[in-house]
Unconditional design. Structure first.
Length: 272
């Protein structure tokens, strides 16, 4: 995934290159951020990935996107396929551990890396240590923008109202709550209208939606009703899986008005 040749920074052998800028005779080290696009974003809505790159670069980071990246292994892990989950986790650690940070536009995938990778390598001390080291520098996108890059100005503009859905893994595994709201408050023209039960699950939960379809549908209906009751023009959130679930349910209920946007798209001004 590249954009204008800036996103994927690689050496001749696929290694991260050393980056520095010379400013008035001083050499400044550039922060090297590895963007884990996620397989769902790559396949279903790559605009989220490009929006994330725009935001990271706006904060002064050099963005590295390993072209061989695929899945974090979460679907296999949740399904009990530990062997495949370990294989994918090992591959991801190899791809990202030389970055200064790993950032994902997904609390779900970020939570897998940060919370569960060390457990996957319980019988491999060397890989467990490497996984823990990567976990320590893994961030969800808005958390990174607020607390590491300290992004003061966001590129996007939005004339209208939004309501925010707190995705389960981002909230509970990555501690993402105020960070997206802090960034949204910096957008001219945007009005945040909080919905009731904004922290309640939308019913997706990966394989949960398949295994417990009736429960999932009821949760999705409840979430959609709260979105509608908020009166907002759009519902904004940080995980594509939840986005697809909520948007699909809204459309099945006959709601063609409410927009469903990833927070990265909105902040970057890429909502078309």
């Amino acid at each position: 995934m590249t954009q204008g040749g800036r996103a994927c920074v690689r050496g001749d052998q696929g290694e991260l290159t050393s980056h520095a800028k010379i400013v008035s005779g001083f050499q400044l080290t550039v922060m090297r951020v590895g963007l884990f696009v996620t397989c769902l974003v790559d396949l279903m809505r790559p605009s989220i990935g490009f929006a994330a790159i725009k935001l990271l670069e706006a904060g002064g980071a050099e963005v590295f996107v390993p072209p061989t990246q695929t899945c974090c292994g979460q679907p296999a892990y949740n399904a009990g396929d530990r062997a495949d989950a370990v294989t994918l986790a090992r591959k991801l650690v190899d791809e990202f551990e030389r970055c200064d940070y790993l950032v994902a536009p997904s609390g779900s995938c970020g939570g897998m890396i940060k919370t569960h990778y060390a457990d996957l390598f319980g019988n491999d001390p060397d890989m467990r240590d490497r996984a823990r080291a990567l976990a320590a520098k893994t961030y969800e996108l808005t958390d990174f923008l607020v607390n590491v890059l300290e992004l003061a100005d966001v590129p996007g503009h939005f004339a209208g109202s939004v309501t925010y859905h707190d995705c389960c893994a981002g909230l509970r595994e990555m501690g993402v709550k105020e960070q997206p709201r802090t960034l949204l408050a910096r957008m001219p023209g945007l009005q945040l209208q909080e919905m009731s039960e904004c922290e309640m699950c939308c019913g997706f939960g990966g394989t949960f939606a398949i295994k417990f379809g009736e429960i999932s549908s009821r949760l999705a209906d409840n979430k959609c009703q709260h979105v509608v009751n908020s009166g907002a023009d759009a519902v904004v959130l940080g995980d594509l899986g939840c986005m697809l679930n909520i948007e699909g349910r809204l459309r099945r209920r006959g709601d063609t008005r409410t927009r469903v946007l990833h927070v990265a798209e909105l902040l970057a001004g890429q909502t078309q």
